[in-house]
Ligand binder design. Structure first.
Ligand code: 0X9
Ligand code: ZN
Length: 421
């Protein structure tokens, strides 16, 4: 008997993983909040990183619209808080769970493929389907497309990308990634749309003449899959945190450039947990190693996130501005101008710290600061739906179209500045 219980205890210690608490979205609500006094703003921002609260849209200035998701158990206390501080608010989404279920239903019924049998732009696709699409393109368009592997994840998935190149040597390269944050589904979708335009649309072949492209649509596949299967609002990686029952690290706080200096948490349960050390995450390591291996050719880095319509450039760790701020700004303005022609969408442009919030350890800062890429941007794509990340898949196409117009402006600039004439 004693032996049996010892055996069970050892078995438990070895085999049973930490039980993860998956928060229920039943009764969760999204509040829209506008502050008019500094006291109100500070009081609201104090909820950042607290259990039960998730800033979907952050605002650091008085009058900014803040969107805060509050889990059911915290709603009453939060309402009391709003009354106490006399904070202007309304409820944007009464029933987050229902919105998640509606999206899942739409996903089940949306066409998975286009008329030519390839991946559609009417659904948010899983990692496997996105990888299969890239493999299909690589075998069909052998002269321009090849699959690259940049690393693997905590759960053992491979991080794939597509290299698009019409050949030749010494060309400048553009690196685009998406899906570093799991729940921001429009980002991988837009990366896939970009691949489609560059490879399948012959009318865009001019964009391959002078530059090479590396597109990594799902940089955090573990998190992305988990956001499809288990927790729609998952943001981080899926690594196990020693001594905590909370999983994952915010990979966009994990890069080793002024790591943990601002806007990052040392608490594993926080959505912005920066990790036990810089580059603790395989996903961040993979991007690091890829950039270092190609640092001579990569001239532009675009990392796709959502949401809020921002074109952000470094730095995120300080209010100081990069030396080429003017160049970064005017290029972003030209991109915004171009994309606005589709349906009037406008982006806010600026350094992250000035227009959004301070947050160190993000990929854009590292790619510029250490990777040596002078043109480094985070694109916060449009939000929609009931909690921002559930932008209806029917909008993938139009977001793709307008983002592609912006990308055209970026590439034309890279060609003018870097390509051999
Ligand atoms: O906070 C982030 O990681 C990004 N916003 S998101 O809503 N997608 O999470 C912004 C990152 C901007 N860049 C830097 N902070 N350097
Ligand atoms: Zn993000």
């Amino acid at each position: 008997m004693k032996f049996l219980s010892l055996l069970l205890a050892v078995g438990a210690a070895l085999a049973v993983p930490v039980k993860e608490d998956v928060p229920s979205l039943k009764g969760a609500k999204v509040f829209r909040i506008i502050t008019v006094t500094q006291e109100q703003l500070s009081a609201i921002l104090a909820y950042d990183g607290q259990k039960g609260y998730d800033f979907l849209r952050y605002g650091h200035m008085l009058g900014d619209e803040i969107q805060l998701l509050v889990l059911a158990d915290y709603v009453e206390a939060f309402k009391t808080f709003l009354v106490t501080y006399e904070i202007d608010n309304s409820i944007l989404t009464e029933n987050v769970q229902a919105a998640v279920e509606e999206e899942a239903t739409r996903q089940r019924t949306a066409p998975a493929t286009r008329a030519n049998g390839r991946i559609s732009f009417e659904a948010y696709h899983r990692y496997d389907a996105i990888v299969a699409y890239m493999q299909d393109l690589a075998s069909t368009y052998r002269d321009i497309a090849s699959v690259i592997e940049i690393g693997s994840t905590y759960n053992g998935l491979t991080i794939y990308g597509l290299k698009i190149s019409s050949g030749g040597t010494g060309k400048p390269a553009i690196l685009i990634d998406g899906g570093l944050h799991a729940r921001e589904w429009i980002a991988p979708a837009t990366a896939v749309y970009t691949i489609n335009q560059l490879v399948e649309e012959a009318s865009n072949s001019d964009l391959l003449e002078k530059v090479d492209w590396y597109i990594i649509p799902v940089l955090n596949p573990d998190g992305y899959e988990y956001s499809h299967t288990t927790n729609r609002l998952w943001r981080k990686t899926r690594s196990v945190n020693r001594g905590s029952s909370c999983f994952g690290v915010d990979p966009n706080r994990n890069f080793d450039y002024h790591w943990m200096l601002a806007g990052a948490s040392s608490i594993p349960c926080s959505e912005t947990f920066a990790g036990p050390e810089a580059f603790s995450e395989l996903e961040a390591q993979a991007l690091r190693d890829f950039v270092l291996a190609n640092r001579d050719t990569i001239k532009l880095y675009l990392t796709l996130h959502s949401f809020g319509n921002y074109i952000l450039y470094p730095w995120g760790y300080t209010f100081d501005l990069p030396d080429n701020e003017e160049e970064l700004r005017s290029l972003a303005e030209a991109a915004d101008e171009a994309l606005s022609t589709v349906r009037g969408t406008r982006y806010t442009i600026g350094s992250t710290t000035h227009v959004l919030y301070a947050a160190a350890g993000a990929s854009d800062d590292w790619v510029m600061g250490v990777g040596g890429v002078d043109l480094s941007y985070t694109l916060e794509l449009p939000g929609g739906g009931s909690f921002g990340f559930d932008l209806p898949a029917s909008e993938i196409q139009v977001v793709g179209q307008e983002t592609f117009l912006a990308i055209r402006v970026f590439v034309e600039y890279v060609e003018t500045k870097y390509a051999n004439k």
